[in-house]
Design a protein around this ligand. Structure first.
Ligand code: ADP
Ligand code: ADP
Length: 227
């Protein structure tokens, strides 16, 4: 696990108005921070700069105390959980979770097995290990994606609007589930959404962006009493 320090981060695409404009946010080790704001405010751009999918125009990205500006995604130990979860449909739950360890090529089978079983127990997936993603609920799929991140022992979880394609009922269930898991796991998390309810119920702190500028950074409680 690790802290994420964004220091005076600027992103310009071409020579237009900055998509992200001098944003500084410290995410503490184990903290859950929500990035919220209207479409086009720069949330995804900021998240992609944390993961390394987007170059930083100026400023510093410091993760676990190390400057990451010039490191490729594969050299940052971060786990991005996408909207569609990016699971392999032809692989079982077990093999989906084991996948990042198999990629490394040198992890003994006994260690892979122990890690997959431990993660699936934590995530309450141990009874579904032989199933394929196509036969799982949205909530179970989300947990498989998180299991894959857990076995990699990632420094942080990054979520990009993971619930935006779900119907209202499932979205409510998933909100509860994510909040519960993150509390239990205590993994540093940055979560992008444009949904006010998610912003006000999920995180330890909420960062409100508008046209690339950080407007507020406070706990949901502080934002609620002082909007
Ligand atoms: P959000 O995630 O909050 O909807 P984005 O980070 O996607 O916002 O976009 C922020 C701004 O940057 C928008 O004005 C968008 O049009 C612009 N932008 C995003 N990606 C690109 C890109 N690849 N090239 C040029 N402009 C982009
Ligand atoms: P390789 O480059 O070893 O052929 P990949 O491109 O699939 O394999 O993954 C390279 C590295 O990218 C992984 O070891 C991991 O650090 C990182 N990575 C893979 N998936 C993700 C993800 N969902 N989010 C963030 N980083 C990832």
């Amino acid at each position: 696990m690790a802290s994420i320090e964004m220091k005076n981060i600027v992103k310009k695409y071409g020579d237009g108005f900055p998509a992200v404009n001098d944003v500084s946010i410290d995410v503490a080790d184990g903290e859950f921070v929500i990035l919220v704001g209207p479409s086009g405010c720069g949330k995804s751009t900021l998240l992609r700069m944390i993961v390394g999918l987007e170059d930083i125009t100026s400023g510093d990205m410091v993760i676990g105390g190390s400057r990451m500006n010039d490191l490729a995604p594969r050299d940052r130990n971060l786990a991005m959980v996408f909207q569609n979860y990016a699971l392999y449909p032809h692989l079982s739950v077990y093999e989906n979770i084991a996948f990042p360890l198999r990629l490394k090529g040198d992890v003994p089978e006994s260690e892979i097995d122990a890690k997959v079983r431990e993660a699936s127990k934590t995530l309450e997936l141990d009874e579904h290990l032989e199933r394929k993603p196509g036969n799982l609920s949205g909530g179970q799929r989300q947990r498989v994606a998180m299991g894959r991140a857990i076995v990699r022992e990632a420094d942080a979880f990054l979520f990009d609007e993971p619930l935006s394609n779900l119907d209202a009922k499932l979205r409510g269930q998933m909100r509860t589930e994510i909040a519960r898991l993150q509390k239990r796991l205590g993994i540093t998390t940055v979560y992008v959404t444009h949904d006010q309810t998610e912003a006000m119920t999920l995180g330890d702190r909420v960062a409100v962006l508008k046209r690339g500028v950080l407007q507020q950074l406070a706990s949901p409680r502080q934002l609620y009493t002082n909007p």
